[in-house]
Design a protein around this ligand. Structure first.
Ligand code: NAP
Length: 186
């Protein structure tokens, strides 16, 4: 599982309303499209599904020539809390969205694996990211660090006692962002 997040310099995963919607640059968002095009499934937590109403699709050149989009998966303790009108449940790819009524991420990954999914891109907010790091379920982290100080209330790591060190680290400038990518040392 690869975990991807766009963050401000101080580790916020959202912006204040005045700062707009996107933390990362268009170039970074295109890079995310490229990673999405290489994995079997995209996974988010219920809160991100509810608040962001994401599409989690491949677009433009990344969608061309493909038979299917990556599977879109949501892990939530309460599936009824996901609005049926949100893109994941109502757009033309809705039949491929999988909603897991669960909180054990390992079990969800096992279930996805038994259905042939071998690679997952976690595009959640901080709470699910922290749970996944704590459970030792993330293999690789990709962070797009934008040149913004401050932001909204949500953090990449909303708890204090979860730590991870990355190895084989690559640092690259993408647009005005810095991309840090590394393998999680377990
Ligand atoms: N900057 C970025 O790259 C980025 C990416 C994604 C989201 N975001 C932002 O992050 C915010 C949401 O972050 P968040 O931390 O509140 O939520 P989150 O990590 O996206 O999702 C947490 C939700 O996942 C579900 N969940 C199921 N099992 C879990 C487990 N073992 N551990 C943790 N969660 C589990 C629960 O959904 P239920 O409550 O439905 O049970 C929980 O409320 C949004 O404001 C969004 O805009 C930013």
């Amino acid at each position: 599982m690869i975990a991807k997040s766009a963050i401000t310099l101080d580790g916020r995963t959202t912006l204040s309303k005045e700062m707009g919607q996107w933390i990362s640059s268009p170039e970074s968002r295109e890079d995310v499209q490229r990673i999405r095009s290489e994995i079997d499934a995209v996974l988010v937590g219920g809160e991100t599904a509810r608040v962001d109403n994401p599409r989690l699709t491949l677009r433009g050149e990344f969608a061309e020539g493909r038979e299917a989009q990556p599977i879109r998966a949501v892990i939530t303790r309460n599936p009824e809390s996901l609005p049926e009108t949100h893109h994941l449940l109502s757009d033309e790819h809705a039949s491929q969205t999988k909603v897991f009524a669960a909180e054990d991420l390992g079990e969800v990954l096992d279930e996805m694996g038994s259905e042939g999914v071998t690679s997952v891109l976690l595009e959640s907010g901080g709470r699910l990211f922290a749970s996944a790091i704590e459970a030792g379920l993330i293999d690789e982290v990709v962070l797009y660090i934008a040149p913004i100080i401050g932001g909204g209330a949500t953090r990449l790591m909303p708890v204090d006692d979860v730590v991870a060190r990355l190895e084989e680290v690559e640092v690259q400038r993408i647009g005005c962002d810095m991309r840090v990518r590394g393998i999680v040392n377990r």
